[in-house]
Structures are given as C-alpha cells and as structure tokens.
Design a protein around this ligand. Structure first.
Ligand SMILES: NC(=O)c1ccc[n+]([C@@H]2O[C@H](COP(=O)([O-])OP(=O)(O)OC[C@H]3O[C@@H](n4cnc5c(N)ncnc54)[C@H](OP(=O)(O)O)[C@@H]3O)[C@@H](O)[C@H]2O)c1
Length: 240
C-alpha cells in the first residue's frame, strides 16, 4: 500500500494521542492536515514532522464545535490536497465529577466537543469520500464508551454516543466502500482531563494508539475492523 498518496485529517493534533498519530503518519509519508485550536503547538508539530520526515503538513487552527471553522478546514484541505482519504476524529475533552456537582456548562462543554464536533467534522468530510467511493474514518472513542465508572457520567455518555454514532455511520457508508472504525482505549498517558502526564497507573502510551491507527489504515481492502479495544497490560508501578 502506498501511504504517500494518502491525505489524513487529524483533529486534536496539537498534543497527546493526536500528536503521536500525526508523527506516526508523518513517518509513513501520509500527507497531513493537523486541526486543533492551539496554533503554536500545531506549528511546532509541523516543524518537527517536516524536519524528520518527507511529507507535506498543512496546519489549520480549528475549533471543531464551530460549524464555520469545520467547513473552512475541509475546504482548505480540498483546495490543497484535492481529496481526503482518512479522518481521525480524535479531539476530545473530559471533566469528572459526581452528577449533582456538574453544571450545565460542563454538560455543554463535553457534549459540544465529543459529540457535536465529531458530527460536524464527519458531516463535512463524508461527501468528499462518497464522491471517490473511498475513505476511512477512525473515531477515538474510549473504554468509557463501553462501561461506566465513578465520576464519569457525562464523559461516558458522550463516548457511548460516539459508539452508536460509529456503528450507524458504518451502515450509512459501507455501500460507498468507506471504512469506519472505533478505537476504545483504556487510560492513556496524556494530560487529558487535566491530569498530569506523569500520572502512571494502568496506562497505555499515546504511541500505542498511533500504532493501532497505522495498522488500521494499512489493513487489507477486504476487511474493515469495526472496533479495537486497547487496554493496558500491567500497572507500571507494580513492576518497579
Ligand atoms: N487520555 C486518555 O486516558 C484517553 C482514554 C480513552 C480515550 N481518550 C480519547 O482520546 C482523545 C484524545 O485525548 P488525549 O488523551 O490525547 O487528550 P489531550 O492530550 O487533552 O488532547 C486533546 C486534544 O483535543 C483538542 N481539542 C480539545 N477541544 C477541541 C476543540 N474544541 N476543537 C478542536 N480540538 C480540540 C486539543 O487541542 P487544542 O486544545 O489545541 O484545541 C488536543 O489536541 C479524546 O477523544 C479522548 O476522549 C483518551
């Protein structure tokens, strides 16, 4: 498979899992569109990728909760690269609390990014994939989309929504030969939800999710992995 012909949009590329997916794809020669709100971090990442690998990187500062910013991001991508092969819906947020201590602002914050943002990016990318009867959409869901956990009502609800969204999207798009996959990671070592990246307990590295994405975009055309559940293998504290 010639990955150098592929064009990928990665949301939430500025740090954490999205950054590692961008580096892994950049190493493979995939042309990249990096979307997140923090322009400085995106610029640093573009410079890092272009200094290490031979590929093209377009940064488009985007708030995925804003419809006009999403349409601009998709239009600029098509203007530059003429097509979109891969969409990684990775941007996501978390706040954790007992239900009565959440505010309506917490609810809107989580649902806007984790659900509305994924709806908007997918809605505006899909016509370009349908046109070519080709493409792969990978949604970074969570193990919280399969289970519940203490303080996780809103986050878990948002990721359960993404699970339903993903399964239904597969049905919408399979006649157009477009692949759709959900990745459900356990805890990943990033600053997600305000936690310190040094916090290590039953944690996966963001590189492990990048590796999974690379596997998915190189798997045979005859298959479409529906879902990957990726859990840590051990508690690093217990082996020290
Ligand atoms: N870390 C975990 O333990 C874990 C486990 C399972 C699933 N996940 C999922 O993995 C994904 C990535 O998480 P992470 O751990 O890499 O978190 P992270 O390090 O906090 O990164 C989150 C990314 O989302 C972007 N983002 C947030 N709001 C945005 C918005 N409105 N528009 C565009 N981009 C936005 C951020 O960029 P800007 O701030 O620059 O916009 C950042 O690049 C999320 O969907 C999360 O739910 C994480």
């Amino acid at each position: 498979m010639n990955l150098q012909d592929k064009v990928a949009i990665i949301t939430g590329a500025s740090k954490g899992i999205g950054k590692e997916i961008s580096l892994k794809f950049g190493e493979s020669g995939i042309k990249l569109v990096l979307a997140a709100r923090n322009k400085a971090l995106l610029t640093n990442l573009k410079n890092e990728i272009e200094s290490k690998f031979t590929t093209e990187v377009l940064i488009i500062p985007t708030d995925i909760t804003k419809e006009n910013q999403v349409t601009t991001m998709v239009n600029k991508t098509i203007e530059k690269f003429k097509k979109i092969d891969i969409l990684i819906n990775n941007a996501g947020v978390g706040r954790f609390s007992r239900i009565d201590q959440f505010s309506i602002e917490d609810y809107n914050f989580i649902m806007d990014v984790n659900v509305k943002g994924v709806f908007l990016t997918t809605k505006y990318v899909v016509p370009h994939m349908i046109r070519r009867e080709s493409g792969h959409i990978i949604n970074i869901s969570s193990i919280a989309g399969k289970n519940g956990f203490k303080t996780g009502t809103l986050y878990s609800a948002s990721k359960h929504a993404i699970q339903g969204f993903t399964w239904s999207l597969r049905e919408d798009l399979k006649e157009y030969k477009i692949k759709v996959t959900a990745i459900c990671p356990g805890s990943v070592l990033t600053s997600f939800g305000g936690k310190s990246p040094d916090y290590v307990e039953w944690s996966i590295q963001p590189e492990d999710i990048a590796h999974a994405c690379h596997y998915l975009v190189t798997e045979s055309d005859f298959v479409n992995t529906a879902e990957l559940i990726i859990k840590p293998r051990f508690n690093p504290r217990k082996i020290q």
